[in-house]
Each structure stands twice: as structure tokens, then as C-alpha cells.
Design a protein around this ligand. Sequence first.
Ligand SMILES: Cc1cc2nc3c(=O)[nH]c(=O)nc-3n(C[C@H](O)[C@H](O)[C@H](O)COP(=O)(O)OP(=O)(O)OC[C@H]3O[C@@H](n4cnc5c(N)ncnc54)[C@H](O)[C@@H]3O)c2cc1C
Length: 325
Amino acid sequence: MRFAETWTSATLVATRDLTADIREFLLRPDAPVAAFAPGSHINVGVEIDGRPEMRSYSLVGEADAKGLRIAVRRAPDSRGGSRYMWQLAPGARLNVTLPSSQFQIDWTRSSYCLVAGGIGITPILGIAQVLARRDADFVLHYAVRSRRDAAYLHELQALLGDRLVVHAGGDGERLDLAATFAKLPPQAMTLFCGPMRMLEAARHAWAGAGRALSDLSYETFGSSGLLPTEAFRVRLADAGVELVIPSDRSMLDVLNAAGHEVISDCRRGECGVCAIDVVGIEGEIDHRDVFFSDHQKRENRKICPCVSRARGLITVDTLHRTQAA
Ligand SMILES: Cc1cc2nc3c(=O)[nH]c(=O)nc-3n(C[C@H](O)[C@H](O)[C@H](O)COP(=O)(O)OP(=O)(O)OC[C@H]3O[C@@H](n4cnc5c(N)ncnc54)[C@H](O)[C@@H]3O)c2cc1C
């Protein structure tokens, strides 16, 4: 398994409201936690409608003897992971994984551009701390609705001074990604964390500026997609059955629960391990992964069932032959 995980129990030591919708949680794991790479995250066991589930949360700031800091945005149209976190009180016991990171950061660059959208500031904060300590050449662009919604704003202002640029979209200060990337020195690396739509815009602007995609390292927290999250139908070409994917479950979970095994790994639309063939579409696919290229998404020949959804009916071939001789 590429994303191997070690679980430990932990105590919620304290909570702190950072904005009206973002709450910080200080967790103390029972197992010792070694220093972790900036940009790392942990997985947290949550309970949704009585079912055990898991949600990932980035670690805020560098390793600290007090414990692990995470900050959770209360998601309004959610299946319930963030709601579960918000009802926890100090003293609560949780299961968490030890930190791991998927951010690819080349620390030898002479220049960096950090871009955070909303709650995407959580992994970027620790990266900014390291770069500031090294006195590196970098700017952090922090895109938020308003300054009131900007978690850790005062901490960042104190740490970064004019290396922090806040773009409050609701106040007409939208982040112009194309102009930002055009001004960067050729060797610059961009580290991005924000919602899927913003990531798509960043990837387009980055390619438009003639830069190598490998110089844009990113993480996204899961997507609300381009279409509304609604129920859709999946026909399995190989098994001749049709399944309904309700709005609160992923296609991957429904396929596996119905015995049509699809292997998976990251379950976030990043690794592509669960990708299956699409052989027919009577409706529209909403690709919510960041694994396939724009071209592959337009071709609609494969789908990542862990995050992607559809409208109407799609026919897929899982290539899993239960009756195979
Ligand atoms: C590496 C990583 C780090 C993260 N770090 C943070 C962090 O620091 N802070 C933080 O707040 N969050 C973070 N997240 C997101 C977090 O893991 C949860 O996804 C988030 O708390 C929302 O969970 P939820 O169950 O409340 O919402 P979900 O139900 O997961 O809803 C989240 C979004 O998905 C859409 N959605 C709803 N139902 C479905 C469905 N059936 N299928 C697909 N999409 C659906 C909704 O429109 C909603 O916008 C991180 C995620 C990852 C992968």
C-alpha cells in the first residue's frame, strides 16, 4: 500500500475558535510523534451516522511538544466529518494516524511562491515558518472571502510582514494567479493548497506562464465538484447490474459494498489507483480528482470512483471478473 498508515489513540487537549467557521484542535497522541515534514497531515477517525469513517487534517505549524494542532472548517453541505469534530470537547479520545506528507517540496530552490485558499492555509503555515527561518525568498498569497474569515491572520502577519499578501475576494481583492506567476523568477517553485476550482485555475495559469507542472506542488482538500452532489446511477457492463449512488456515498464505497471490488489507495482522487473504465454516459461526469489531465477528463474514458460523481447514468467496466475461470 502506497499510503501506509500507523494509528494511535490521542486526547483532545484544547479547542480554540479561529473564525466563525474554523476551530483549532490541539491533540496529544498516546504514541510519541517524531518531527514531521512541513505540510504533513494526519487522518482522524470520525463517526458519521454511527458509521466509522476517516477524515484527513493538515498539521498546523511545525512539530511542537504541546501536541498536534489541526484546524477544522465546519463544512455546510457535509456528510458530517467536520460536524463530528466540532461537537468534540476537551478530554475526548480519538484515533489518529501518525503524520505523513504528500507535498513534494524541493527545499533547494532560490525562490518560492506559497498560495493558500481559505482553510488551505493549514499545511502552508508550517511551510512558511520553515522558509521564514531560512530567510528564503518567498511570498505567501492568502486568498480568503474576507479578513474575518482568515484563520491565523495575526500569527502570519507577525511572522511574515510584507511577505504575506492577503486577497480578500469579497472586498474586491481577488488573487490574479496569471499575473502572480508571470512575475516569479524562472527557478521558483509554487506550493499550493486550496479548493479544487482554485487548483484548476492555478494549474491553467501555471501552464499558461510556460512553467513545468512539476514546479507546482499542491494539495487539495477534496472537492465539491462542478455539478451539484446528487444521486446518480452506475451500470456495470461486466456484471449487468445497475446501482444507485446516493448523494452521501462515494461510487467506490457503493461498488465495494455491493461486492464489485475496486482496489483503492489514497481515496482522495490523487493516486489514480481506483480508476475504472467508462464505457457509456447518459448524462455527465463530474471529475473531482486531480489525477487525470484536462485532456483525459474531456475524453471521459476513465473515472476515479473515490471522489468523482455524475449526473444521470454511466456505464463502467471495473475489470474485476468474479466468475473468471
Ligand atoms: C490531505 C488533506 C488535508 C486536509 N486538511 C484539512 C484541514 O486542515 N482542515 C479542514 O477543515 N479540512 C481538511 N481536509 C478536508 C477534511 O478531510 C474533510 O474533507 C472536511 O472536514 C469535510 O468533511 P465532511 O465530512 O464534513 O464533509 P464532506 O461530506 O466530505 O464534504 C466536503 C465537500 O465534499 C462534497 N460532498 C458532499 N457529499 C459528497 C459525496 N457523497 N461525494 C463527494 N463529495 C461530496 C460537499 O459538497 C463538500 O463541499 C483535508 C483533506 C485532505 C485530503
